[in-house]
Design a protein around this ligand. Structure first.
Ligand SMILES: Cc1cc2nc3c(=O)[nH]c(=O)nc-3n(C[C@H](O)[C@H](O)[C@H](O)COP(=O)(O)OP(=O)(O)OC[C@H]3O[C@@H](n4cnc5c(N)ncnc54)[C@H](O)[C@@H]3O)c2cc1C
Length: 409
């Protein structure tokens, strides 16, 4: 039996505590907030998308940074294991669109309560309102943690589960990065990810609140296509958000730091340019005596019409039967290539996840133990791991936490 200290009472810290305690260890969890699971509470819009029930290939494909590092832990503790665990502790689950797994109750609080109950049952000692200031150790091993009141707590092993640095009011303020660096670990540069994108063109402001379903977005870094997918997006006063744009952000956030990129939206991806031309022609025929701006109302949501008219360069008042073939062809092209300039991401405050963190090369992928400081472990978002939305980020937290907790005796 070992004495184990866990820093951080989020998803990964609570999970690691459960499995370290199931191994018969004496476990102390330190959480600086007044309660555990503050970020978990807001996950999945308060419903907590616990994991994703897709196959292994989907799981790995959805990891953006260092998927190979997760090979042992995703196989060692699978999404099915996660579902069984929660069912076993009394949290019934259901599977929704896109294989997203939620508690049947639709309440993230049930996930938190379930974990708290299990920790209590196993005798985990939870120290709330207790901030850990530093971790002490060297190549000979982990020694102790120092609390912010100066108190030192010695233990045989320490699990750092402090999360990333997004949504800071939940407690994730990047403390774990400083702890890791202080004992010699490399922390890769961190970026906001799963985050809305800022758009240079002022007219996006006019589109605020507009949601587009079934569009195709392609992002170009110079001439190179670096992202393309279908889905739903939303315009905001500063730019674009919604599932499609959040996923895109994870793939471009690093590169966006020093350059702009082009976002090309195909507003009618189900139609080829020729089919769309026929469609526009039909609309024009039906409305041949109307002004251009009144002849395209069936093509777009109302908010988009003034912007499309402006970008088309066609006089809004022009009678549709006076629109030339060239003008119409250009208009069709515009619908298939509605182009915006991405000039940044929103900040960590609005980022669902942090990209970057403790360098995975310096951590044993089968146990999450530091390769530099024996008996020191890193789990969850503090590591340089991140994934797309759909329950994959919590799967990372659960799998890595399980590997650490269950490997300490
Ligand atoms: C709005 C939002 C919605 C999300 N929805 C989903 C979703 O539905 N599904 C999904 O898979 N992922 C979701 N995520 C991502 C997911 O929440 C994270 O990946 C996950 O919480 C990471 O778990 P963690 O335990 O590593 O870190 P955290 O959950 O951030 O926990 C870290 C804990 O450590 C504590 N701590 C930090 N420093 C110290 C210190 N010095 N001393 C003591 N305690 C400390 C913090 O207070 C915090 O409680 C969402 C994220 C956000 C922001």
């Amino acid at each position: 039996m070992s004495k184990v200290v866990v820093i951080g009472g989020g998803a990964a810290g609570m999970f690691a505590s459960v499995f370290a305690a199931r191994n018969g260890n004496e476990v102390h969890l330190f959480e600086k907030n007044e309660k555990t699971g503050k970020k978990l509470f807001i996950t999945g819009k308060g419903r907590c998308n616990i994991t994703n029930a897709g196959d292994m290939e989907t799981l790995f494909r959805s990891v953006v940074s260092n998927p190979k590092f997760l090979y042992s832990s995703f196989y060692g503790y699978t999404n099915e294991d996660v579902i069984s665990f929660f069912e076993e502790i009394g949290v019934k689950t259901k599977i929704e669109r896109g294989n997203r797994v939620f508690p049947v109750s639709d309440h993230s609080s049930d996930v938190i309560n379930g974990l708290e109950r299990e920790m209590k049952k196993l005798g985990v000692k939870v120290h709330l309102n207790t901030k850990v200031k530093s971790v002490e150790g060297n190549e000979e091993g982990f020694r102790e943690i120092v609390l912010s009141n100066g108190e030192k707590v010695t233990a045989d092993a320490c699990i750092v589960a402090t999360g990333g640095c997004s949504y800071q009011p939940t407690g994730s303020t990047g403390d774990g990065y400083r702890m890791a660096e202080s004992v010699g670990h490399t922390v890769t540069e961190v970026y906001p990810a799963l985050v809305p994108l800022e758009i240079k063109e002022d007219f996006v402001g006019e589109l605020q609140g507009l949601s587009l379903r079934n569009v195709e977005a392609t992002i170009y870094d110079g001439k190179k296509e670096i992202y393309s997918d279908f889905g739903e997006m939303l315009f905001t006063h500063y730019g674009v958000s919604g599932p499609l744009m959040l996923s895109a952000s994870s793939c471009i956030t690093k590169k966006l730091q020093d350059r702009e990129m082009k976002l090309v939206i195909d507003l009618k991806p189900a139609l080829s340019e020729e089919q769309l031309n026929q469609r526009v022609l039909r609309d024009f025929e039906e409305n041949k005596n109307k002004q251009f701006r009144n002849a395209i109302t069936k093509l777009f949501p109302a908010k988009l019409i003034p912007v499309m008219v402006m970008l088309s360069g066609i006089d809004a008042e022009k009678k549709v039967n006076e629109v030339s073939k060239e003008e119409r062809m250009e208009f069709v092209r515009l619908i298939k290539h509605f182009t915006l300039t991405i000039n940044g991401t929103r900040s960590f405050r609005e980022a669902i996840i942090t990209q970057g963190g403790v360098k995975t090369k310096e951590v044993n992928p089968a146990t999450m133990e530091s390769k530099l400081v024996p008996n020191l472990y890193f789990v969850g978002e503090v590591l340089d791991l991140d994934a797309l939305t759909g329950g994959f980020n919590l799967q990372i937290a659960w799998s890595t936490a399980y590997m650490a907790g269950s490997s300490i005796w």
